[in-house]
Structures are given as structure tokens and as C-alpha cells.
Design a protein around this ligand. Structure first.
Ligand SMILES: [Zn+2]
Length: 380
């Protein structure tokens, strides 16, 4: 699938929701069924749910509730594209600021921060130790600006993590659940709330299933069936009268099966000046190198890994527009100046003592990783 064959992208979703909830005062490139005058939107982010997975699940008959909502005209499904690199922190920052990575500045899982704190793990368990902030206003600020009541539903264990602090710095209404089974009643309650507004709910478990077992595994089909049951239950139990309530199901990225892990430490053994874990993602090692070191690395990487890796200047990535139409000057150094990227199906393994057990991964440009669903369901 080419880059332009999807009409709409992840950064357009929240502006489209605000358009529907503010009588059209916000603009968005994404056309939606929900129109100005909408009462509530439940934005449900299912981590790791690629569009190919939804298409196949519908074909396999694993999503009967969604299929019948689509057949009845109460729901609509289409592919949109996510941002690059296709990893959770980058994508969620794009969703929740309505902007591209080159503007909001969260350009990888590990990013350069400052001379004092050279790298930040944006998925770390500690609460944003470096005080890393997005360069664009987050959705909690935007909803205050437009007087749209806003609420977040997420798993208790994620409440204090770095990414939550980065993405929801001003959110005072974060409802958490401990058991995954509690999400369904929380969503039903949110759908039937008489107050208007926007609800953002985050579901991490499908991503975990895909990493360990892979999409289209037995565990994947169980998870998909369960998610479809929640969708059916929400549609059946939304009883509120009056203005329309919508459920929007989106994802941050899809998954691709892993064929090979590349031992990064073999590079470090011969170039000890390389960092233990580079900036970037599991697919893209971001490095700060002078010209001579880049040449040495290029030779060494070709010797060890052949055509499984590609070394290119970070500026080349920015020039392609994959991180958005513009990249702020203060964002340019956050991945270093050289990127050592793995090709599709190949993933870096950083740690010599811990071989990663991953059936599938993401962070690259393949259609499976980059194409995500935009599923709109009118709950009433
Ligand atoms: Zn993941």
C-alpha cells in the first residue's frame, strides 16, 4: 500500500473529534460520520491493532458484532495511516496532540534530552524523570480551551509511567482499572454519561499478545473475539437519549512477524564508542557520529549484517516527510545524526544476555505496521 492511498492519518483523528464536539470550530483533514452536534465520543485506542488484522478478523468471522454493525450501516470502517516510526510513544503523542512527530518532538522510544540527561526512555516505569515535554499542546489542554469535558480510562499500572506523564500532564480525570474485565463496564458507563465530551480509553493487551504470540495466533483470535464482544455490548447497552454518541476504535500501529534478531552488541564489541542502547526504536538505532565513525560503522555493519541494515543520515529521513511536513530545529538532534535501520522482519537485540522472545514487532514502514483502522460506530 502506498503512503498516500489512505485518506487521513492518526494526527487528524482528535481534531476531527473536537470538530464534532465544538459545533465545527476545529478543523481536520479526516472526514467522519460524526457531525457537529455530537454529544459524546469514546475514542478507544487498541494498541497494536493493524488494519490487516481487522480485515482478516472480519473475514474469519471473529468479529460478528462489528460485522453486523457494519452491515446495518451503524458503523463504518476504513484504513488510515499512522506516523513513523510506528511505535506507541510516537503514535500516541501524534494522536493526543493532533500533530506529526516532527512538530511534537517525541520521535522515538529513546530520545536525546539534554547534556545532563542524554536519554529518556519514554516507555519507562519512572514518572518522566527528565521532565521531558511535548512541543505541542496535549489534548487535555485543548479540551480545556474548547470547554469540552475530557476523561481518560487506562490500566492502573500505567498511571504513573513516563508516557502517561508526558501525554496527560493536565488531565485530572483519569479513571483506572486493575482487572482488564473492568474496562467494559467503565466504557458502558462513559457511553451513558449525561455530560457531553470526549473519553479516551487505552487498551495495551492486544499489543502484548501480538509481541509474544504474533497476530493470527490462537491468543490473538481470542483477544479479537473478546474485543468484538465489548463493542457489541457497548452498542447494546448505550441507552442515553438525545444527541448522538459515537465509539471510535483506532490503533497506534500494527505488527509484523519477526524473522531475525540482529545482535547489536557485535557492533559494540568492535566499536566500543557506540552507546549501550542507541536512541530511536527496536528497528532504528539513532546515533551521534562524526564522519569517520559513520564510515567505520557503515563498513562494519555491512560486514556483519549485510543487507539487513541500512545506514543513512537522519536529515534524509526528515527530508522524506515521514515525520510530517516539517521537523522543528530543536527536534533534529533527538535521534542523533545517523540512523542504522533494520529492514522489514529484522529487529535489533540490544542485550547479549537476554535474547528477546518476540513473534512480532513494529517500528518500521511496512503496510502491516503503518496502516491502522478507523472504525466509527454510532452507539445511539
Ligand atoms: Zn508494541
Amino acid at each position: 500500500m502506498s503512503w498516500d492511498s489512505c485518506a487521513g492519518a492518526l494526527p487528524d483523528v482528535v481534531p476531527a473529534a473536537l470538530r464534532a464536539l465544538t459545533e465545527g470550530r476545529v478543523s481536520s483533514a479526516l472526514s467522519t460520520r460524526a457531525e457537529p452536534g455530537t454529544h459524546r465520543i469514546l475514542l478507544w485506542l487498541i494498541d497494536g491493532l493493524g488494519y490487516d488484522q481487522v480485515e482478516n478478523a472480519l473475514d474469519f468471522g471473529l468479529m460478528p458484532h462489528t460485522a453486523s454493525l457494519l452491515a446495518s450501516g451503524c458503523a463504518a470502517l476504513r484504513p488510515i495511516r499512522t506516523v513513523f516510526p510506528s511505535v506507541t510513544p510516537v503514535a500516541l503523542a501524534s494522536l493526543l496532540t493532533g500533530s506529526w512527530p516532527g512538530r511534537h518532538g517525541l520521535v522515538g522510544r529513546y530520545v536525546y534530552h539534554s547534556p545532563e540527561i542524554p536519554w529518556v526512555d519514554t516507555l519507562g516505569r519512572r514518572a518522566n524523570p527528565a521532565g521531558f515535554q511535548l512541543l505541542e499542546p496535549t489534548l487535555d489542554r485543548e479540551t480545556q480551551r474548547w470547554h469540552v469535558p475530557y476523561q481518560v480510562i487506562m490500566e492502573e499500572g500505567l498511571r504513573d509511567g513516563a508516557l502517561t506523564r508526558i501525554l496527560h500532564p493536565l488531565t485530572d480525570r483519569i479513571a483506572t482499572y486493575v482487572s482488564p474485565l473492568a474496562l467494559e463496564p467503565r466504557l458502558i458507563e462513559a457511553a451513558n454519561d449525561t455530560q457531553s465530551g470526549l473519553v479516551y480509553a487505552y487498551w495495551p493487551h492486544l499489543d502484548a499478545v501480538n509481541h509474544v504470540r504474533g497476530p493470527f495466533s490462537r491468543d490473538w483470535s481470542d483477544e479479537i473475539t473478546m474485543l468484538d464482544r465489548v463493542i457489541g455490548s457497548l452498542a447494546a447497552k448505550s441507552t442515553l437519549g438525545g444527541a448522538p454518541v459515537w465509539l471510535w476504535v483506532v490503533a497506534d500501529h500494527g505488527h509484523q512477524r519477526v524473522q531475525t534478531f540482529l545482535p547489536y552488541w557485535q557492533l559494540r564489541r568492535q566499536m566500543p564508542e557506540l552507546p549501550v542502547i542507541p536512541w530511536g526504536t527496536d528497528r532504528m538505532a539513532g546515533l551521534a557520529l562524526d564522519g569517520a565513525a559513520a564510515q567505520k560503522l557503515s563498513r562494519l555493519a555491512a560486514q556483519l549484517f549485510g543487507d539487513q541494515v541500512v545506514l543513512r543520515p537522519a536529515e534524509q529521513l526528515f527530508a522524506t516527510g515521514e515525520m510530517g511536513p516539517e521537523v522543528r530545529p530543536e527536534v533534529r538532534g533527538r535521534l542523533g545524526n545517523w540512523l542504522l535501520e533494520t529492514v522489514d522482519g529484522v529487529v535489533w537485540a540490544w542485550d547479549p544476555d537476554r535474547q528477546p522472545q518476540r513473534a512480532a514487532n513494529h517500528g518500521g514502514r511496512s503496510a502491516e505496521e503503518m496502516t491502522i483502522p478507523f472504525l466509527e460506530i454510532r452507539l445511539r
